[in-house]
Design a protein around this ligand. Structure first.
Ligand code: SDX
Length: 425
């Protein structure tokens, strides 16, 4: 017998069904709440509100668990390629060899971007933030591919175009900021090597991709690939729920990710660690500032809406940071500061009481730096990693014919009043 939730309001009793997910999560289905009671619920930041039932990603915040379509992030980060994980998220199963070969071939042969997109790009100032450029150009893709009907086949072509062209577009900002010519994608390179080649190759000679760097990038992209209903994914779903095309929906997700409380945190973390280094390494000063509400300062890379334990991605990235820096023979003083800051915070009552642990953004910037990626490109890296998750969630929402998202509100403004002529105000 399925459970029900009882609610008593104004002396009347109501019952609402309880649903249970495949990992035993429970929710009260309040679809009929307003019809039956005239009441709505309020939940700032949707901390207690589920927007959908999804079969893509499972998070257990208390136990630090993250699974994509049932496969653990630890397994996938160690054993899979990023495109294999992208296929898993979008189509629901790990690909067979033939399915993978076809998918990878499709992506490899769609990496070129329409040359007219370059004309749009050339209009940006040299110091434009790469995230603003990325969200603009992804939205512009809807002008170049207007055939955004709902046919699954066409949707797949749009999916291929986004996965194939995002890395190409992403590198343009970096090349422009260096005063270097952009590089074209090379069809003989795998996904991560192609990105690194477009980022760092120069017309003056050959560029050899370091396999250690390519492997580290593959792992980082997998770790960022999806994270259930986070801010940017919820944005992609909400925009897509109006049946806006996939490019506009993903562009909105890129904009949401840019925020310093969300994906923009990885850039903030490195800037914070650099500030601590330049401030004589005074860790405690920054810990105290983070605890002082009036300072307006937060310890970037710490805390999470869902994880009230270690973010499993942070564990993997922290270990990978050590490995990559050792393999590349890099000594980064900022890593030492990060380790000291983590230790100090995890021993401080303020952070312990609020269950604030390092999140995915705390160590990722240290690896990106070691790979030669500049700080203002860190959130772009997050977007490249998160793209398959956004696509998978958009596709699930549209395939399930979910209704247009339109939250309610409680009005707290002025009561009805008559217009007053300006001369009488
Ligand atoms: C990502 O949702 C996802 O899944 C996101 C993400 C993904 O993969 O998509 O995991 C990626 O966005 C990771 C988070 C990156 N952001 C940061 O590192 C920015 C710093 N962190 C915080 O701003 C904060 O922890 C959030 C935004 C991540 C979560 O905020 P919540 O859940 O709304 O929690 P809150 O702001 O209500 O904080 C609860 C308490 C508050 O103190 P009290 O009012 O209880 O006294 O903890 C404090 C906060 O002031 N707090 C912090 C803190 N984070 C929370 N205090 C100091 N430093 C921090 N980092």
């Amino acid at each position: 017998m399925s459970q029900v939730a009882e609610l008593t309001l104004d002396g009347k009793s109501y019952q609402f069904p309880v649903i249970e997910g495949s990992e035993k999560e429970k929710a009260i289905d309040i679809a009929k709440l307003r019809d039956q009671t005239s009441y709505i619920t309020i939940d700032a930041g949707y901390k207690n509100t589920g927007a959908t039932q999804s079969a893509i990603t499972f998070l257990d915040g208390e136990n630090g668990v993250l699974n994509y379509r049932g496969y653990s992030i630890e397994d996938l980060a160690e054993k899979a390629s990023f495109l294999e994980v992208a296929y898993l998220l979008i189509f629901g199963e790990l690909p067979t060899e033939k399915e993978y070969a076809d998918f990878e071939y499709e992506i490899r042969t769609h990496t070129l971007v329409n040359e007219d997109m370059r004309k749009i790009f050339e209009g940006f100032p040299v110091n434009a933030h790469p995230m603003g450029v990325l969200s603009s150009l992804v939205s512009a893709m809807s002008a170049f591919y207007p055939d955004t009907q709902d046919s699954p086949d066409l949707t797949s072509l749009h999916i291929i175009r986004l996965l194939a062209k995002l890395p190409t577009i992403a590198t343009w900002s970096y090349k422009k900021s260096q005063g270097h010519p952009v590089n074209y994608p090379q069809n003989d390179l795998d996904y991560c090597s192609n990105f690194l080649n477009m980022m760092f190759a120069l017309p003056v000679g050959a560029y050899d991709v370091d396999p250690v760097v390519a492997k580290a990038l593959n792992k980082l992209l997998i770790l960022h690939a999806d994270h259930e209903q986070n801010c940017s994914t919820s944005t992609v779903r909400l925009v897509g729920s109006s049946h806006a095309n996939i490019y506009s929906s993903i562009s909105a997700g890129i904009s949401a990710l840019w925020g310093p409380l969300h994906g923009g945190a990885n850039q903030e973390v490195i800037e914070m660690l650099e500030a601590i280094k330049n401030d004589g390494g005074d860790i405690q000063k920054y810990i105290d500032m983070a605890k002082d509400k009036s300072s307006g300062f937060r310890l970037f890379g710490f805390g999470h809406r869902v994880y009230k334990n270690f973010d499993p991605r942070a564990r993997i990235i922290k270990k990978a940071a050590d490995d990559v820096l050792n393999k590349l023979g890099i000594k980064d003083p900022v890593l030492e500061i990060a380790q000291k800051l983590e230790k100090a915070a995890l021993e401080d009552e303020y952070f312990v009481k609020r269950k604030l642990y390092p999140n995915v953004d705390f160590y990722s910037g240290i690896i990106y730096r070691a790979l030669g990626i500049p700080t203002n490109m860190f959130t772009v890296m997050f977007a490249i990693g998160r793209l398959p998750g956004w696509i998978a969630q958009w596709k699930e929402m549209r395939t399930n014919k979910e209704p247009i998202g339109r939250p309610r509100q409680v009005y707290v403004g002025p009561a009805k009043r008559d217009y007053v002529a300006m001369s009488d105000r």
